[in-house]
Design a protein around this ligand. Structure first.
Ligand code: NAD
Length: 261
């Protein structure tokens, strides 16, 4: 998997807790979750892997077909928006056929139980909301939403004009809400994410290689404000996690719920 995550864990002592038996990890994690006043989750592509969406760095599917340096580049979009729109149909068809997995479902249950206050996700697939989570900040936007770059009119697949690229009735180019490489982050979503990260007691960091900024800074911000960090990733990537569960999210999150008192 990611070379960055591998190299990060080699040259430093692992927290003692890392060597605990898996059962002990879940008991400890459930204890942290149960005692936390405000818990948030930062999720990345790994949380959707078990739904059949390949992670970015291990993609053998759509991102192999569409070089993100061209098809998901903001600079290219501004010059030639048709490139992005050529690719998007394929993504929508693929993503629409996929369903939330046990990780998404466990996070939705956690919110229903009052144990999870907020999700901040880098994913654009909408699966957290589909699973039932209500408090979701999508810092990289959402594949389904787009708006006119001239008049800001908003579009969903239901009212999106036809054509590649599609044009707004006002004549403006329509741009997806998905954040493209090189594009400024959506201000409001980022402000909320920063606020949540600096006001939580516990952050669950799930299925992210923590290499894409500014999302990668959010666990550091949480830690600097006194929060504990639990990382769930078969290939842990964080330097500074208090507890690491080296397991797939679809197994780890239900097990964590099972261990709640
Ligand atoms: P990444 O591809 O850099 O890292 C994925 C991480 O998930 C890796 O550390 C990997 O070890 C871990 N992982 C793999 N399977 C897992 C599982 N079953 N359970 C838990 N962890 C698992 O992803 P990233 O850090 O999110 O950054 C990539 C960027 O690409 C993000 O900006 C994201 O928006 C975008 N992206 C989104 C989607 C999506 O919407 N589903 C998919 C691919 C990429």
């Amino acid at each position: 998997m990611s070379g960055a995550s591998g190299s990060k864990t080699i040259d430093r002592p692992l927290p003692v807790i890392y060597n605990c038996l898996m059962d002990d990890l879940y008991i400890k994690a459930a204890e942290l979750l149960n005692n936390s006043r405000r818990t948030i989750a930062l999720t990345g592509a790994g949380v959707s892997a078990e739904s059949g969406i390949p992670t970015f760095r291990n993609d053998d599917g759509l991102w192999k077909k569409y070089d993100p340096a061209i098809y998901a580049s903001y600079e290219v979009f501004l010059r030639d928006p048709s490139k992005y729109w050529e690719m998007r149909g394929d993504f929508i068809r693929t993503y629409n056929s996929l369903a939330p997995n046990n990780a998404h479902k466990a996070l939705a249950k956690m919110e229903r139980l009052g144990k999870l206050d907020q999700i901040i996700t880098q994913n654009i697939d909408g699966l957290h909301s589909k699973a039932g989570n209500r408090e979701v900040i999508e810092i990289h936007g959402n594949l389904q939403e787009s708006s006119c770059m001239t008049c800001n009119r908003e579009f969903t697949p239901a009212n999106l004009p036809e054509g590649i690229p599609p044009y707004c009735p006002c004549g403006g180019v329509i741009k997806p809400s998905t954040v493209l490489f090189g594009e400024p982050m959506p201000e409001e979503a980022m402000e909320r994410a920063l606020f949540e990260s600096s006001h939580c007691n516990l952050m669950l960091v799930i299925g992210t290689s923590a290499t894409v900024q500014p999302a990668a800074s959010l666990p550091v911000i949480a830690m600097d404000h006194g929060a504990r960090l639990i990382e769930i990733n078969p290939e842990p990537a964080l330097f500074h996690a208090d507890l690491r569960i080296p397991e797939q999210a679809g197994r780890a999150l239900p097990a964590l719920l099972d261990n709640l008192p």
